[in-house]
Ligand binder design. Structure first.
Ligand SMILES: [Zn+2]
Length: 200
């Protein structure tokens, strides 16, 4: 693409680094911003900066939060005896949308994948195990996608959790193999949490 402006070329380059944005979409976004009121671009830039600087990970569950401890962990309405282990924040959003789960969460940040060189130490597994003693947690639900990596992670965790005397269950297989929780419809996901199966 030939640009009349170096700055437009630079803008297109930056936008096309975003997932799902090709060069053409990037150019459309840049041209759109140029037509907008400068107040909008200023507030967009401020917002992005603030988002990146101020959002942190909850010290307990590693979900994104504006405060030290997230609103789910501090809520008195949540059942602190049940903890659901997920891969990332999007899974929490998907489960929250089902309105079927009132427990707390723990975000692993990934799954064990020897092929990609990701071991238990690269995930928030030690943090999860350290959270359990001296807590009200009695049951852990593993809400990991039924992929080979998800299964490996679930197996590893269930073994460790058993040593701590914790009841472990997995969400029912209503979700297509290799499917991400994020894409499962709310009804199926909600039902699979309610019909979770115990791991022995
Ligand atoms: Zn939290």
């Amino acid at each position: 693409m030939d640009f009349s402006s170096e700055l437009i070329a630079e803008g297109v380059k930056e936008f096309s680094k975003l997932p799902g944005i090709g060069k053409r979409s990037a150019l459309r976004l840049v041209l759109h911003l140029l037509k907008e009121n400068p107040d909008y671009t200023n507030s967009l830039a401020d917002n992005l900066k603030k988002m990146r600087e101020q959002i942190k990970l909850c010290k307990l569950c590693y979900n994104y939060t504006d405060t030290e401890i997230c609103t789910i962990c501090t809520s008195h309405k949540r059942d602190k005896s049940v903890l659901c282990v997920v891969v990332d924040t999007r899974d929490i959003m998907a489960i929250e949308n089902t309105a079927q789960y009132r427990g707390i969460y723990h975000v692993l940040g990934g799954v064990i994948s020897p092929v990609d060189g990701i071991g238990p130490q690269d995930l928030k597994i030690n943090e999860l195990l350290a959270r359990i003693p001296n807590s009200e947690i009695t049951e852990v639900i593993l809400a990991l996608s039924p992929t080979m990596e998800g299964d490996t992670t679930a197996f590893y965790l269930s073994k460790k959790l058993k040593e701590l005397g914790i009841k472990t269950s997995t969400i029912a297989r209503g979700i297509p193999v290799g499917g991400e929780l994020e894409y499962a419809d709310e009804l199926t996901l909600g039902r699979s949490i309610l019909n979770r199966t115990a791991l022995v």
